[in-house]
Design a protein around this ligand. Structure first.
Ligand code: ADP
Length: 166
């Protein structure tokens, strides 16, 4: 069984991420979405919340039956080994992503030669899209409906409202 891991922060998951998930899930028997729990970063949503949001999106897409969502901490290559994954999936939006991604992919291959990184070039309609841009727009109450799956739009606004009311 070919297992792939699509790692990322997904803070929150965007339509760009979903596009990669749909395309990558056709390449492997099981796709694990690895939600990075990085104590050095200050995410908007906790890892548990991000997992829940992604699971909601996966459930809505009935063709994504072989997709699993798991939070992880520490080295990606260790997580890949634990999950018996042989493929790491990453998305490339622009040349600026490339240099960093190439280095990480080569490093991971050096750490475990049985694991290869596969890059998906972004669909053009999502090439400008990032979780940071979504957060920036939502924090000012702007319209994020084109950028995140419908089922989580409210959760993003609710998060900012709850932060404001603290
Ligand atoms: P990270 O913090 O690891 O970059 P992200 O959640 O920002 O995590 O992104 C996870 C992966 O998804 C990365 O490979 C990133 O390049 C890719 N990605 C992010 N946004 C898009 C997009 N709009 N189109 C295609 N791939 C994307």
């Amino acid at each position: 069984m070919k297992i792939g891991i699509y790692p990322g922060s997904f803070d929150p998951i965007t339509r760009g991420h979903l596009d990669i998930i749909v395309r990558a899930s056709g390449l492997v028997d099981k796709l694990i979405i690895g939600v990075l729990q990085n104590s050095a970063k200050k995410p908007l949503f906790t890892a548990e919340e991000r997992v829940e949001l992604i699971e909601r999106v996966v459930k809505e897409n009935t063709n994504l039956t072989s997709v699993q969502v798991i939070a992880f901490e520490g080295l990606l290559i260790e997580f890949a080994r634990q999950q018996q994954a042989s493929i790491i999936v990453r998305g490339l939006r622009a040349i600026t992503d490339f240099e960093y991604e190439l280095q990480i992919a080569q490093m991971n291959h050096k750490l475990d030669s049985k694991v290869d990184t596969v890059f998906f070039t972004t669909s053009v309609e999502y090439s400008y899209l990032s979780s940071s841009a979504v957060k920036e727009i939502a924090s000012y109450g702007g319209d994020i409906s084109q950028f995140v799956p419908d089922c989580l739009i409210k959760s993003v606004y609710d998060k900012y409202n709850s932060i404001r009311s603290v």
